[in-house]
Design a protein around this ligand. Structure first.
Ligand SMILES: CC(C)(COP(=O)([O-])OP(=O)(O)OC[C@H]1O[C@@H](n2cnc3c(N)ncnc32)[C@H](O)[C@@H]1OP(=O)(O)O)[C@@H](O)C(=O)NCCC(=O)NCCSC(=O)/C=C/C[N+](C)(C)C
Length: 261
Protein backbone atom coordinates (compact mmCIF):
# COMPACT_ATOMS: atom_id res chain seq x y z
CA UNK A 1 0.00 0.00 0.00
CA UNK A 2 1.25 3.50 -0.86
CA UNK A 3 2.48 5.49 2.11
CA UNK A 4 0.94 8.57 0.52
CA UNK A 5 -2.64 9.69 1.11
CA UNK A 6 -3.17 11.94 -1.92
CA UNK A 7 -0.62 10.70 -4.46
CA UNK A 8 -0.01 7.35 -6.07
CA UNK A 9 3.71 6.85 -6.45
CA UNK A 10 5.35 4.03 -8.43
CA UNK A 11 8.92 3.54 -9.55
CA UNK A 12 10.52 0.97 -11.84
CA UNK A 13 13.16 0.73 -14.55
CA UNK A 14 14.40 4.31 -14.19
CA UNK A 15 10.86 5.73 -14.43
CA UNK A 16 9.01 7.29 -11.49
CA UNK A 17 5.28 7.87 -11.84
CA UNK A 18 3.40 10.42 -9.73
CA UNK A 19 -0.40 10.42 -9.98
CA UNK A 20 -2.32 13.16 -8.18
CA UNK A 21 -4.99 11.09 -6.49
CA UNK A 22 -7.83 13.16 -5.08
CA UNK A 23 -10.31 12.66 -7.93
CA UNK A 24 -13.25 13.34 -5.61
CA UNK A 25 -11.80 16.85 -5.04
CA UNK A 26 -10.77 17.48 -8.68
CA UNK A 27 -7.17 16.68 -7.57
CA UNK A 28 -7.21 19.99 -5.72
CA UNK A 29 -4.01 20.90 -3.91
CA UNK A 30 -4.55 20.80 -0.15
CA UNK A 31 -1.81 20.84 2.50
CA UNK A 32 -1.42 17.04 2.44
CA UNK A 33 -1.00 16.88 -1.34
CA UNK A 34 1.40 19.84 -1.34
CA UNK A 35 3.47 18.24 1.39
CA UNK A 36 3.51 14.81 -0.23
CA UNK A 37 4.43 16.25 -3.63
CA UNK A 38 7.36 18.16 -2.10
CA UNK A 39 8.56 15.04 -0.30
CA UNK A 40 8.34 12.83 -3.39
CA UNK A 41 10.00 15.43 -5.64
CA UNK A 42 12.88 15.71 -3.16
CA UNK A 43 13.33 11.93 -3.02
CA UNK A 44 13.28 11.57 -6.79
CA UNK A 45 15.69 14.45 -7.34
CA UNK A 46 18.21 12.75 -5.04
CA UNK A 47 17.79 9.31 -6.60
CA UNK A 48 20.39 8.62 -9.31
CA UNK A 49 18.36 5.62 -10.55
CA UNK A 50 15.51 7.85 -11.75
CA UNK A 51 15.89 9.03 -15.35
CA UNK A 52 12.33 10.10 -16.09
CA UNK A 53 9.41 11.28 -13.98
CA UNK A 54 5.80 11.15 -15.16
CA UNK A 55 3.28 13.44 -13.47
CA UNK A 56 -0.43 13.04 -14.21
CA UNK A 57 -3.82 13.10 -12.52
CA UNK A 58 -6.35 10.43 -11.60
CA UNK A 59 -9.86 10.74 -13.03
CA UNK A 60 -11.25 13.47 -15.26
CA UNK A 61 -9.20 16.38 -13.86
CA UNK A 62 -5.47 16.99 -13.99
CA UNK A 63 -5.83 19.38 -11.07
CA UNK A 64 -8.29 22.18 -10.29
CA UNK A 65 -5.48 23.96 -8.41
CA UNK A 66 -5.60 25.15 -4.83
CA UNK A 67 -8.34 23.38 -2.86
CA UNK A 68 -10.75 26.27 -2.30
CA UNK A 69 -12.83 24.23 0.16
CA UNK A 70 -9.77 23.66 2.34
CA UNK A 71 -8.94 27.38 2.13
CA UNK A 72 -12.49 28.25 3.20
CA UNK A 73 -12.25 25.79 6.10
CA UNK A 74 -9.09 27.59 7.23
CA UNK A 75 -10.67 31.03 6.77
CA UNK A 76 -9.38 32.56 10.00
CA UNK A 77 -5.77 31.75 9.07
CA UNK A 78 -6.15 31.54 5.28
CA UNK A 79 -3.02 33.56 4.53
CA UNK A 80 -0.78 31.34 6.64
CA UNK A 81 -2.46 28.21 5.27
CA UNK A 82 -1.93 29.27 1.65
CA UNK A 83 1.66 30.38 2.33
CA UNK A 84 2.53 26.96 3.78
CA UNK A 85 0.91 25.30 0.80
CA UNK A 86 2.69 27.55 -1.71
CA UNK A 87 6.02 26.90 0.01
CA UNK A 88 5.52 23.12 -0.31
CA UNK A 89 4.40 23.32 -3.93
CA UNK A 90 7.32 25.59 -4.75
CA UNK A 91 9.78 23.20 -3.10
CA UNK A 92 8.42 20.46 -5.36
CA UNK A 93 8.68 22.66 -8.46
CA UNK A 94 12.22 23.66 -7.65
CA UNK A 95 13.24 19.99 -7.18
CA UNK A 96 11.61 19.08 -10.49
CA UNK A 97 13.33 21.92 -12.34
CA UNK A 98 16.79 21.25 -10.85
CA UNK A 99 16.77 17.44 -10.91
CA UNK A 100 18.73 15.58 -13.58
CA UNK A 101 15.74 13.39 -14.49
CA UNK A 102 13.32 14.63 -17.13
CA UNK A 103 9.77 15.54 -16.12
CA UNK A 104 6.97 14.49 -18.48
CA UNK A 105 3.55 15.88 -17.65
CA UNK A 106 0.47 14.05 -18.91
CA UNK A 107 -2.40 16.51 -18.69
CA UNK A 108 -5.41 14.21 -18.50
CA UNK A 109 -8.14 16.84 -18.04
CA UNK A 110 -8.88 20.31 -16.64
CA UNK A 111 -5.85 22.17 -15.32
CA UNK A 112 -6.94 25.23 -13.31
CA UNK A 113 -5.03 27.67 -11.08
CA UNK A 114 -1.98 25.98 -9.58
CA UNK A 115 -2.96 22.90 -11.61
CA UNK A 116 -2.31 24.96 -14.75
CA UNK A 117 0.96 26.29 -13.27
CA UNK A 118 2.05 22.74 -12.50
CA UNK A 119 0.97 21.38 -15.89
CA UNK A 120 3.32 23.58 -17.89
CA UNK A 121 6.47 23.07 -15.81
CA UNK A 122 7.33 19.77 -17.51
CA UNK A 123 10.32 19.27 -19.75
CA UNK A 124 7.80 17.58 -22.03
CA UNK A 125 4.09 18.29 -21.78
CA UNK A 126 1.54 16.04 -23.48
CA UNK A 127 -2.19 16.69 -23.10
CA UNK A 128 -5.38 14.79 -23.81
CA UNK A 129 -7.51 16.48 -26.46
CA UNK A 130 -10.18 16.90 -23.76
CA UNK A 131 -7.87 18.89 -21.43
CA UNK A 132 -8.39 22.60 -20.83
CA UNK A 133 -6.46 25.31 -19.08
CA UNK A 134 -7.57 28.28 -17.01
CA UNK A 135 -5.57 30.43 -14.61
CA UNK A 136 -8.64 31.00 -12.39
CA UNK A 137 -6.63 32.71 -9.62
CA UNK A 138 -7.99 36.24 -9.92
CA UNK A 139 -11.54 34.91 -10.24
CA UNK A 140 -11.05 33.56 -6.71
CA UNK A 141 -9.52 36.86 -5.54
CA UNK A 142 -6.01 35.34 -5.45
CA UNK A 143 -2.86 35.91 -7.46
CA UNK A 144 -0.77 33.39 -9.42
CA UNK A 145 1.76 31.02 -7.88
CA UNK A 146 3.32 27.69 -8.82
CA UNK A 147 5.83 29.43 -11.10
CA UNK A 148 3.16 30.72 -13.49
CA UNK A 149 4.62 34.23 -13.52
CA UNK A 150 8.03 32.71 -14.34
CA UNK A 151 7.13 30.09 -16.94
CA UNK A 152 4.20 31.65 -18.81
CA UNK A 153 5.92 34.85 -20.02
CA UNK A 154 8.86 32.72 -21.16
CA UNK A 155 6.62 30.22 -22.94
CA UNK A 156 3.96 32.43 -24.51
CA UNK A 157 5.07 36.06 -23.98
CA UNK A 158 3.79 38.87 -21.78
CA UNK A 159 0.61 39.79 -23.69
CA UNK A 160 -0.81 36.27 -23.70
CA UNK A 161 0.19 35.76 -20.07
CA UNK A 162 -1.65 38.96 -19.10
CA UNK A 163 -4.72 37.76 -20.95
CA UNK A 164 -4.74 34.38 -19.22
CA UNK A 165 -4.04 35.78 -15.75
CA UNK A 166 -6.36 38.79 -15.91
CA UNK A 167 -9.34 37.36 -17.84
CA UNK A 168 -9.13 33.71 -16.70
CA UNK A 169 -10.00 32.73 -20.25
CA UNK A 170 -10.07 28.96 -20.70
CA UNK A 171 -7.86 27.48 -23.42
CA UNK A 172 -8.69 24.19 -25.08
CA UNK A 173 -5.87 21.68 -25.54
CA UNK A 174 -5.72 22.59 -29.25
CA UNK A 175 -5.37 26.31 -28.41
CA UNK A 176 -2.75 25.58 -25.75
CA UNK A 177 -0.76 23.60 -28.32
CA UNK A 178 -1.10 26.43 -30.80
CA UNK A 179 0.09 28.95 -28.17
CA UNK A 180 3.20 26.88 -27.45
CA UNK A 181 2.19 25.71 -23.97
CA UNK A 182 2.28 22.03 -24.90
CA UNK A 183 4.43 19.72 -26.97
CA UNK A 184 1.70 17.32 -28.09
CA UNK A 185 -2.02 16.72 -27.93
CA UNK A 186 -3.32 13.17 -28.30
CA UNK A 187 -6.77 11.58 -28.12
CA UNK A 188 -7.69 11.15 -24.45
CA UNK A 189 -7.76 7.36 -24.71
CA UNK A 190 -4.16 7.39 -25.99
CA UNK A 191 -2.63 9.72 -23.41
CA UNK A 192 -1.26 7.08 -21.03
CA UNK A 193 0.35 5.13 -23.89
CA UNK A 194 1.83 8.26 -25.46
CA UNK A 195 3.35 9.32 -22.13
CA UNK A 196 4.64 5.81 -21.37
CA UNK A 197 6.29 5.58 -24.80
CA UNK A 198 8.03 8.91 -24.33
CA UNK A 199 9.16 7.89 -20.84
CA UNK A 200 10.57 4.60 -22.13
CA UNK A 201 12.42 6.47 -24.88
CA UNK A 202 14.04 8.83 -22.36
CA UNK A 203 14.73 6.05 -19.85
CA UNK A 204 16.93 4.49 -22.55
CA UNK A 205 18.58 7.84 -23.28
CA UNK A 206 21.72 9.59 -22.01
CA UNK A 207 20.82 11.04 -18.60
CA UNK A 208 23.68 13.55 -18.37
CA UNK A 209 23.04 14.93 -21.88
CA UNK A 210 19.33 15.38 -21.15
CA UNK A 211 20.05 16.90 -17.73
CA UNK A 212 22.43 19.36 -19.37
CA UNK A 213 19.76 20.40 -21.88
CA UNK A 214 17.44 21.16 -18.93
CA UNK A 215 20.08 23.08 -17.03
CA UNK A 216 21.22 25.13 -20.03
CA UNK A 217 17.67 26.15 -20.93
CA UNK A 218 16.59 26.96 -17.37
CA UNK A 219 19.13 29.75 -17.01
CA UNK A 220 19.68 30.86 -20.61
CA UNK A 221 17.57 34.02 -20.40
CA UNK A 222 19.43 35.18 -17.26
CA UNK A 223 22.89 34.94 -18.82
CA UNK A 224 24.89 36.94 -21.32
CA UNK A 225 25.83 35.17 -24.54
CA UNK A 226 29.41 34.71 -23.32
CA UNK A 227 28.29 33.29 -19.97
CA UNK A 228 26.04 30.85 -21.73
CA UNK A 229 28.76 29.87 -24.22
CA UNK A 230 31.12 29.15 -21.32
CA UNK A 231 28.46 27.01 -19.68
CA UNK A 232 27.81 25.11 -22.91
CA UNK A 233 31.54 24.42 -23.34
CA UNK A 234 31.88 23.09 -19.77
CA UNK A 235 28.77 20.93 -20.07
CA UNK A 236 29.62 19.37 -23.46
CA UNK A 237 33.14 18.64 -22.26
CA UNK A 238 31.69 16.87 -19.19
CA UNK A 239 29.44 14.84 -21.54
CA UNK A 240 32.36 13.94 -23.80
CA UNK A 241 34.23 12.53 -20.80
CA UNK A 242 31.21 10.53 -19.62
CA UNK A 243 30.53 6.87 -20.38
CA UNK A 244 27.39 7.87 -22.28
CA UNK A 245 29.29 10.41 -24.38
CA UNK A 246 31.90 7.80 -25.29
CA UNK A 247 29.21 5.22 -26.02
CA UNK A 248 27.22 7.67 -28.19
CA UNK A 249 30.23 8.56 -30.31
CA UNK A 250 31.41 4.92 -30.58
CA UNK A 251 27.90 3.82 -31.57
CA UNK A 252 27.77 6.42 -34.35
CA UNK A 253 31.14 5.33 -35.69
CA UNK A 254 30.19 1.66 -35.35
CA UNK A 255 26.89 2.27 -37.16
CA UNK A 256 24.89 0.80 -34.27
CA UNK A 257 22.28 1.98 -31.78
CA UNK A 258 23.89 3.42 -28.63
CA UNK A 259 23.34 1.60 -25.36
CA UNK A 260 23.35 4.27 -22.66
CA UNK A 261 23.79 3.51 -18.95
C1 LIG B 1 -13.27 24.31 -14.32
C2 LIG B 1 -13.43 23.46 -13.07
C3 LIG B 1 -12.06 23.07 -12.53
C4 LIG B 1 -14.16 22.15 -13.46
O1 LIG B 1 -15.51 22.38 -13.81
P1 LIG B 1 -16.51 21.16 -13.97
O2 LIG B 1 -17.83 21.75 -14.34
O3 LIG B 1 -15.91 20.14 -14.87
O4 LIG B 1 -16.57 20.46 -12.53
P2 LIG B 1 -17.24 21.02 -11.19
O5 LIG B 1 -17.16 22.49 -11.14
O6 LIG B 1 -18.58 20.40 -11.04
O7 LIG B 1 -16.24 20.43 -10.09
C5 LIG B 1 -16.28 19.06 -9.67
C6 LIG B 1 -16.10 19.02 -8.17
O8 LIG B 1 -14.80 19.49 -7.84
C7 LIG B 1 -14.89 20.59 -6.95
N1 LIG B 1 -13.81 21.53 -7.23
C8 LIG B 1 -13.46 22.02 -8.42
N2 LIG B 1 -12.42 22.85 -8.30
C9 LIG B 1 -12.13 22.89 -6.97
C10 LIG B 1 -11.15 23.58 -6.20
N3 LIG B 1 -10.22 24.39 -6.79
N4 LIG B 1 -11.15 23.40 -4.89
C11 LIG B 1 -12.03 22.57 -4.29
N5 LIG B 1 -12.96 21.87 -4.95
C12 LIG B 1 -13.02 22.04 -6.28
C13 LIG B 1 -16.26 21.21 -7.24
O9 LIG B 1 -16.69 21.98 -6.14
C14 LIG B 1 -17.09 19.96 -7.46
O10 LIG B 1 -17.38 19.34 -6.21
P3 LIG B 1 -18.89 19.22 -5.71
O11 LIG B 1 -19.57 18.40 -6.76
O12 LIG B 1 -19.43 20.62 -5.65
O13 LIG B 1 -18.76 18.57 -4.37
C15 LIG B 1 -14.27 24.21 -12.04
O14 LIG B 1 -14.60 23.33 -10.99
C16 LIG B 1 -13.52 25.36 -11.47
O15 LIG B 1 -13.48 26.42 -12.06
N6 LIG B 1 -12.94 25.17 -10.29
C17 LIG B 1 -12.27 26.22 -9.56
C18 LIG B 1 -10.89 26.45 -10.11
C19 LIG B 1 -10.15 27.37 -9.20
O16 LIG B 1 -10.59 28.46 -8.90
N7 LIG B 1 -9.00 26.92 -8.71
C20 LIG B 1 -8.24 27.60 -7.73
C21 LIG B 1 -7.44 28.71 -8.35
S1 LIG B 1 -6.45 29.52 -7.14
C22 LIG B 1 -5.16 28.41 -6.89
O17 LIG B 1 -4.97 27.48 -7.59
C23 LIG B 1 -4.28 28.73 -5.74
C24 LIG B 1 -3.28 27.94 -5.38
C25 LIG B 1 -2.44 28.29 -4.24
N8 LIG B 1 -1.71 27.14 -3.70
C26 LIG B 1 -0.88 26.45 -4.66
C27 LIG B 1 -0.86 27.66 -2.59
C28 LIG B 1 -2.66 26.17 -3.14
Amino acid sequence: MSKYETIRFEQSGGIARITLNRPEAANGINHVLGHELAEIAGLIADDPAVKVVILTGEGKFFSAGGDLKAMAANESKAGAYVKGLADDLHRALSSFARMDALLIIGVNGVAAGAGFSLAVTGDLVVAADTASFTMAYTRAGLSPDGGASYYLPRLIGLRRTQELMLTNRSLSAAEALDWGLLHRVVPAAELATAVDELAAQFAAGPKLSNANVKKLLLVSSDHTLEEQLAREAAFISHCADSADGQEGIAAFLGKRTPKFA
